[in-house]
Design a protein around this ligand. Structure first.
Ligand code: DCS
Length: 481
């Protein structure tokens, strides 16, 4: 009998090629162990609320009122909600054509796109056009829309940093394009070099691949580095010279834990450069409500901004977005609130600042605790998390551990992470899920567990790791790193 279209053998091969480690083998094993009653610390996903982060009060008040507009007619509403939240909810409802239950324009509500444009203008010092901003269900959907528009087939390559967030490798595989890696340099704090970029493009060309676009993740996931202005200039210049679209993944722009390199957007650096490059280089920048001190991952709100993209292409991207009718409308409101939070003098301002500062300052302390914790472990070295939400320590596995992993039919880092999970309940993602140089092993953990649990988690990691290393080192206790 001929196979049916949804039989595994006859599925779209691109679907089968997709790999997505953040919810891979480690996550599945952790879920099993949890069902068996083991306490699991889920540090595999950057999902702050799942690890106890409280939502910011003001945005939830506004969206609650938008979701339940009858509350606005209740005489007690002003006892329960501050006047600025009530006013904002009425404002947003007036932008919709029937409240949150109605589809919006496929690009998102114009008024909210204007709020996003104002935010970008304030952030960068250059005007932004709401017609070139599309709201999306999380940044993931935006990235997929753009990759889909760019990739025509196997011959089209996308330059992606390695280690990378696997959304990129997965989406490129799904759309049938070619993944072209450029390696970040661990010993240079995960920096990138223009010379290496050139080499990656040349190698791809030699295989008959046309590199069409380049991705940067700034601040980096899983690597946590913040790109300097000079780095960004080099990248922009490189893309200009090689005729590449730059996809700027800037979802962690609020998550900065050092003062030397504040976040600078690719758009600002491009505009600062002036001249033909600033008018010609095609750039798409992505942002989300999932990260920062918002962490509203479940709401699925995001946007992308297009710079120097011809209007006919903008229209085509609009047409394709229309197939899904409308981005989530409540999420659009979260985005409006994120880019236009309470201002000094507003009733909710002090509370908003207290809450958001509290989260960011705690994340900054947690980044430090984790890095220091990892660096105090035997055979572990870790760059400081300058930004984003992750720590990405290198685990120097002894040859005998690598052999044992082979015997068990596992990649060496997967083997280590599974043992860590079984021993401590700490659920991480092996470095191979993000890509790493041959023979070098990492794991990724988030810096999101509650601050008060952090020392204990690091102690438990250290105990496991040092026992593991003692077991596999030929000369236990020597040499130590
Ligand atoms: N870009 C990067 C670099 C990300 O890390 C993520 C999410 C996204 C885009 C997409 O986020 P949203 O679709 O929610 O806007 N990061 C995942 C991760 O590594 N852990 O948790 C989610």
């Amino acid at each position: 009998m001929s196979s049916k279209a949804l039989d595994y053998e006859s599925l779209n091969e691109n679907v089968k090629k997709v790999q997505y480690a953040v919810r891979g083998e480690l996550y599945l094993r952790a879920s099993e162990l949890e069902k068996e009653g083991k306490k699991i610390i889920f540090t595999n996903v950057g999902n702050p609320h799942a690890l106890g982060q409280k939502p910011l009060t003001f945005p939830r008040q506004v969206v609650a009122l938008c979701q339940a507009p009858f509350l606005l007619d209740d005489s007690n509403v002003s006892l329960l909600f501050p006047a600025d939240a009530i006013a904002r909810a009425k404002h947003y409802l007036s932008y919709t054509s029937g409240g949150l239950g109605a589809y919006s324009d496929s690009r998102g509500l114009l008024e909210i796109r204007k709020e996003v444009a104002d935010f970008i203008g304030r952030r960068d010092g250059y005007p932004s056009d709401p017609e070139l901003i599309y709201l999306t269900d999380g940044a993931s959907k935006g990235v997929m829309q753009l990759l889909n528009a760019i990739i025509r087939g196997e011959g089209d390559g996308i330059l992606v940093p390695v280690p990378q967030y696997p959304l990129y490798s997965a989406a490129i595989a799904l759309f049938g394009g070619s993944f072209v890696p450029y390696y970040l340099e661990e010993t240079a704090n995960w920096g990138l070099s223009a010379a290496d970029l050139g080499q990656s493009v040349a190698q791809a060309r030699a295989k008959g691949i046309t590199v069409r676009a380049m991705v940067i993740i700034n601040p980096g996931n899983p690597t946590g580095q913040c790109l300097s202005e000079a780095n960004l200039r080099d990248v922009l210049q490189f893309c200009y010279q090689e005729n590449l679209v730059l996809l700027g993944d800037e979802v962690y722009q609020q998550n900065i834990y050092q003062d030397e390199r504040p976040f600078i957007s690719a758009k600002k650096v491009l505009m600062d450069m002036g001249g033909p490059i600033s008018r010609e280089l095609q750039l798409v920048s992505f942002h989300t409500v999932s990260k920062g001190y918002w962490g509203e991952c479940g709401q699925r709100g995001g946007y992308f901004e297009m710079t120097n993209i011809p209007s006919r292409s903008v229209e085509e991207i609009y047409k394709v977005a229309s197939i899904s009718l409308s981005p989530n409308v409540p999420a659009q409101i979260f985005m409006g609130l994120m880019v236009n939070p309470p201002k000094p003098g507003d009733i909710s301002y002090d509370q908003f600042v207290r809450e958001s500062k509290g989260i960011l300052e705690s994340l900054r302390r947690r980044a430090r605790i984790m890095t220091d914790g990892f660096n105090s472990c035997m055979n572990v070295v870790c760059n400081f998390t300058e930004g984003a939400m992750y720590s990405f320590p290198q685990i120097r596995l002894p040859p005998r551990a690598i052999e044992d992993a082979k015997k068990a039919g596992k990649a060496a880092d997967v083997f280590y992470c599974l043992k860590l999970l079984e021993a401590t309940g700490i659920s991480t993602v092996p470095g191979s899920g993000f890509g790493q140089k041959e023979g070098v092993f990492h794991l990724r953990t988030t810096i999101l567990p509650a601050e008060e649990d952090m020392l204990e988690i690091m102690e438990s990691f250290k105990k496991f790791n040092n026992e593991f290393m003692e077991q596999y080192e030929d000369h236990p206790g020597y040499p130590r790193m």
